[in-house]
Design a protein around this ligand. Structure first.
Ligand code: GLA
Length: 394
């Protein structure tokens, strides 16, 4: 943060310096169920997107990124349209999201930076939240954390065009150090679960595959649609009132209905639903294991979630699957899975920190050899659980 503040002073001659720390997130259990109104878990990491900013009273937004070229600049009265793939979309989306309900008079001059690689850790949600918080701050707007989740989510779904759920934003905003954030994506009720007594600290290994693609360019949206069709078919087969296909979600199907009629679903729709219902059970069992401090069971459920993501939800890519398989079988790893959607980016493992060296050695002996194309980009990180997004005193 210090470096960023110095840069802000240098670039904008700023005197009123403010900052937001917006953490990256992982999802230990509850993969691809948020968009179906399911129950998800998430934690924030001690690695974040940092935004240092100063208010601009001329209504302009000027943002420089330490990680991407060019500067984003526009006036709040004329927010430009989305440009596919541009990092500047998130500040534009954040402004538009708030403008639906508030008059924004003040802009920000800011510098933004992140440490871990892009992909699978929800840097997009993290940066959007940081912009929203900064805009609220300089315009004296007070909103609740749950509202912040919704404003941030609007940017991804309505401005960027991703059909995702609220997992990323909930984990990024609501998380607390050492707790498991559990969100019910239908009711928007959430809990922060304490972990039971454990024999040692826990950490997560984050293995970056070297592949960064924005989610909108993957099969993500297609899978969401397949889940909707699956839900709609289950409504039809079981003679329930038919919903509008767009609104149809697997959460609206009772697990017993799935048990009774799943054999009538065509192949991939059956697999998507099987993933959803089994993942919901894993989330519930996982919460209990977490509360008991039973890392072994929790890890086992993570492995099963990873397997279901690969075989039932059919996401992932060969590189991520290599990491997943390697982590699963490494000493000191309780369980592994994709960090998020699983099409690119990172795999995570819940680990005993005493085994860090061994885990890194095992990964190094497998991944770069099997996927030499990514040997210079691939990276192993270790992270702890941290607090959700917050204003940071400079
Ligand atoms: C991405 C999406 C989330 C969620 C996960 C998979 O991170 O943005 O909404 O669907 O994938 O669980």
């Amino acid at each position: 943060m210090k470096d960023l503040s110095l840069k802000l002073v240098e670039k904008f001659k700023a005197t009123d310096i403010r900052a937001v720390r917006s953490p990256l997130r992982i999802c230990p259990l509850g993969a691809h169920v948020d968009h179906q109104g399911g129950l998800v878990t998430g934690v924030a990491l001690d690695s974040s997107i940092n935004l240092v900013y100063t208010p601009s009273t001329d209504g302009y937004i000027r943002i420089q990124s330490q990680d991407f070229p060019d500067e984003e600049m526009f006036h709040l009265d004329h927010v430009p349209e989305v440009i596919p793939g541009s990092w500047g979309n998130y500040i534009k989306g954040a402004a538009l999201s708030l403008k639906r309900d508030y008059i924004l008079r003040n802009g920000i001059n800011g510098i933004v930076s992140g440490k871990l690689p892009i992909g699978g850790l929800s840097s997009s949600a993290a940066v959007t939240t940081a912009y929203l918080m900064a805009l609220c701050d300089v315009n004296n707007i007070k909103i609740s954390k749950l509202d912040l989740v919704q404003y941030s989510h609007w940017v991804e779904t309505q401005y960027i065009g991703l059909k995702n759920g609220i997992l990323d934003q909930s984990a990024n905003i609501l998380s607390e150090n050492n707790k498991l954030m559990v969100m019910d994506c239908k009711s928007n009720e959430y809990k922060l679960e304490n972990i039971g007594a454990i024999e040692h600290d826990l950490e997560f290994v984050i293995v970056y595959s070297g592949i960064s693609t924005s989610l909108i360019r993957t099969d993500y949206n297609n899978r969401v649609d397949e889940c909707k069709v699956s839900s709609w078919l289950l409504h039809e087969i079981s003679s329930m009132t038919l919903p509008n296909l767009k609104e149809s979600k697997l959460r609206d199907i009772d697990p017993s209905v799935f048990e009774e009629y799943s054999h009538m679903l065509p192949g991939r729709f059956k697999r998507r639903a099987k993933h959803y219902f089994s993942e919901q059970k894993r989330v519930k069992d996982g919460i209990e294991a977490w509360k008991r401090g039973d890392l072994r069971s929790f890890g086992q459920l993570m492995n099963e979630s990873g397997d279901s993501s690969v075989h039932q939800y059919e996401c992932g890519c060969p590189e991520l699957i290599t990491i997943f398989d390697t982590l699963k079988n490494s000493a000191g790893v309780y369980g592994a899975r994709f960090s998020g959607a699983g099409y690119r980016g990172c795999c995570i493992g819940l680990i005993n920190p005493a085994f860090k060296k061994e885990i890194e050695k095992t990964m190094d002996s497998v991944y770069p050899v099997k996927h030499p194309k990514y040997k210079d980009l691939y990276k192993v990180h270790f992270c702890k659980i941290a607090d959700g997004a917050h204003y940071h005193k400079i």
